[in-house]
Design a protein around this ligand. Structure first.
Ligand code: GDP
Length: 297
């Protein structure tokens, strides 16, 4: 994760660290290299600009350049701003405190890892929050999508809503909420249908399901490997449905990190979880500070 970005930044910092004195020009030279590293990592241009401006403004302050360890101070500023870029100091967790069944609606494009993430999250909620979860697949487009969720449910020992062939998503959502109430379920996860592209039919379906189920959380699942596309998809969804957060999948294979680094500022939505593998326990709560530390090595 973030390996290539981490290597590039490491090189820049080696040039700064341990120097007794820094001139303004040294900072500007270092920031030029950081800028290239971020662009190569596929971070969105406005986000890169904002980052470089913020770091430069703070770093060329007299207090920093005249301090005993100017290089270290610049690196600390980069670290602070990186945390900010990733979403700030605070980790934004799930809001599960409403009256049960709390509904979590999972949305996203086909192949993003939505169904897998639904099962991962159900497992996470049971293990980390101690809540009873149930899952329901509303994906009537892709053959076997409902079966896939059922099989995953069996693997993690989580209830799934029985499949009724021919039922439409809104009706499945209604039935799922009713069933969750009857079974005293704490958290109901709705795995909505994916599509190849963001289109009107998809958005209309999301809105109808949302109206029926009143979700506490609407989580968008996007594939980090698609870089800026992931951010653009998130932007399109943000304009249509009230997202409460993002799950970035395939972070295990993402050496660049552009989606993770751009998401918050481009969409205004927090990344809540990172998918880090195919296994059903490969889901991590997203902590900006820890991720920044990982990038800075
Ligand atoms: P959906 O069409 O969005 O529901 O996608 P699926 O959940 O079926 O996932 C598609 C493929 O991506 C499956 O083979 C998953 O095992 C894989 N996958 C999902 N999340 C991750 C992840 O975080 N890391 C890796 N390496 N693979 C993942």
């Amino acid at each position: 994760m973030f390996d290539s970005l981490s290597d590039r930044l490491g090189g820049v910092f080696d040039g700064l660290r341990g120097r007794g004195a820094l001139r303004e020009q040294d900072v500007r030279d270092a920031m030029r290299e950081v800028r290239i590293a971020l662009l190569e990592a596929d971070v969105a241009l406005p986000v890169v600009r904002r980052f470089i401006d913020a770091v430069t403004e703070r770093a060329i302050g007299a207090d920093v350049l005249k301090s005993v360890t100017p290089g270290q101070q610049v690196i600390k500023i980069v670290s602070d701003e990186l945390v900010e870029m990733l979403g700030g100091e605070e980790t934004v967790g799930l809001d599960l405190e409403a009256k049960p069944p709390v509904v979590i609606m999972m949305v996203g494009l086909q192949g993003s890892g939505k169904t897998t993430s639904t099962a991962k999250l159900a497992k996470f909620i049971r293990e980390k929050h101690g809540k009873k979860a149930m899952m329901a697949s509303l994906d009537v487009n892709r053959p076997a999508a409902q079966e896939q969720l059922k099989v995953l449910g069996e693997q993690i020992d989580c209830l799934t809503l029985p499949i009724v062939q021919g039922q439409q998503p809104v009706d499945i959502a209604r039935r799922a909420v009713e069933s969750a109430k009857l079974q005293a379920i704490d958290v109901l996860l709705l795995d909505t249908a994916g599509r190849l592209h963001v289109d009107e039919a998809l958005m209309a379906e999301m809105k109808a399901v949302s109206a029926i189920s009143a979700p506490q959380e609407v989580l968008l699942v996007v594939d980090s490997l698609t870089g800026q596309d992931a951010v653009n998809v998130a932007k399109s969804f943000t304009d249509e449905v009230p997202l409460t957060g993002v799950i970035l999948t395939r972070m295990d294979g993402d050496a660049r990190g552009g989606a993770a680094l751009s998401m918050r500022h481009v969409t205004g939505k927090p990344i809540k979880f990172a998918g880090t593998g195919e296994k059903l326990d490969a889901l991590e709560a997203f902590h900006p500070k820890r991720v920044a530390d990982r990038i800075l090595g």
